[in-house]
Design a binder for this molecule. Structure first.
Ligand SMILES: *[C@@H]1O[C@H](CO)[C@@H](O)[C@H](O)[C@H]1NC(C)=O
Length: 307
């Protein structure tokens, strides 16, 4: 009898111990969950904590945009339509957002249909062809990947451009204005100016066939752009390419807690800080995020209530 009841009693005892340990761990787990939200909250408040993405001095006469400058936002309106239904909502919402912004500032919006996509390469390569085709019609083209939204429509493109270039002499201006993230130059959002140099650069970019990749999340166009910029001579780079000091000037990424983003926060804090999306930023880019429809809906809701 005694022999048989002992294991049961010790079993109950063990159960009670486990319960007590769980009760002790509960506040600890809660604390960890709360701590995990702190970086997200702080980063989202980067601008109110003193970060400056767009330099001031907008009233300075030298920084005023040249009147009559023609700008166009170029984007893909139909990427993967029919194949990935969830992406359709993203395209519709972001195109609506760009259309409203372009109309408010007098820019043209070039939203490319599926027919503009060259089927011989992954769709994101077609930005090069699209920009090449529209280059002669405008002074500046502003390329936007489909997973981007204008989050601060008060900021005109001219102000962004002139904050990077520093003067308003159109003919003496660099030709390519980009931002950098953890991986270097980002090909998702950038400006290209109408010039002979830009024409040649876009042709050369398109000609980087060895970078074309199928069947992965990378299509190779970004790697090819990085390669081309990295291999310019210092003089050519200085004359034609500008990399914005702050990624958040026109290409902010939302921050969510993952192992990768946590490690980047620790080891690349300045890069995270310069590029993280914060309230008041000009443009959000859902680069590398899985739930693009969810993010689009959330941010469209947020900016809708801001105004
Ligand atoms: C790109 O490739 C085409 C076809 O091979 C060639 O005719 C053209 O000169 C190349 N352009 C540049 C800028 O390299």
């Amino acid at each position: 009898m005694a022999e048989r009841s002992r294991p049961r009693r010790s079993g109950e005892h063990r159960h009670r111990l486990r319960l007590r340990r769980l009760l002790l761990l509960l506040p600890l787990a809660l604390l960890l969950v709360l701590l995990a939200h702190v970086p997200a909250l702080l980063l989202r408040s980067a601008n109110s904590l003193g970060r400056r993405c767009l330099p001031g001095a907008t009233g300075h006469p030298l920084l005023l945009p040249r009147p009559g400058l023609s700008l166009a936002i170029v984007t893909l309106a139909d990427e993967g339509a029919g194949t990935r239904r969830s992406f359709r909502g993203v395209l519709e919402a972001t195109a609506r957002n760009k259309r409203a912004y372009a109309a408010a500032h007098g820019y043209r919006l070039v939203a490319l249909p599926a027919s503009a996509v060259d089927p011989s390469r992954p769709p994101s390569w077609s930005k090069v062809l699209a920009l090449r085709a529209h280059l002669r019609r405008h002074h500046w083209l502003f390329w936007n990947d489909a997973d981007t939204l204008v989050t601060n429509p008060e900021i005109p493109l001219e102000r962004i451009l002139f904050s990077v270039i520093g003067h308003s002499d159109f003919d003496e201006s660099p030709d390519l204005v980009v931002t950098e993230d953890f991986g270097g130059v980002n090909a998702g959002v950038f400006f290209v100016r109408r010039s002979e140099w830009s024409k040649r650069f876009l042709d050369t970019w398109w000609n980087q066939t060895s970078f074309v990749q199928f069947g992965s999340t990378r299509s190779g166009d970004n790697a090819a752009l990085k390669h081309l910029i990295d291999h310019l001579s210092p003089e050519e780079k200085q004359a034609h390419v500008r990399i914005a000091k702050m990624q958040c000037l026109f290409n902010s990424y939302p921050w969510i807690l993952t192992w990768k983003s946590a490690l980047r926060l620790i080891f690349h804090l300045p890069t995270t800080w310069k590029g993280v999306y914060s309230d008041g930023d000009f443009m959000i880019h859902f680069a590398g995020l899985d739930d693009k429809p969810g993010w689009t809906k959330r941010i469209v809701g947020e900016i809708g209530t801001l105004r």
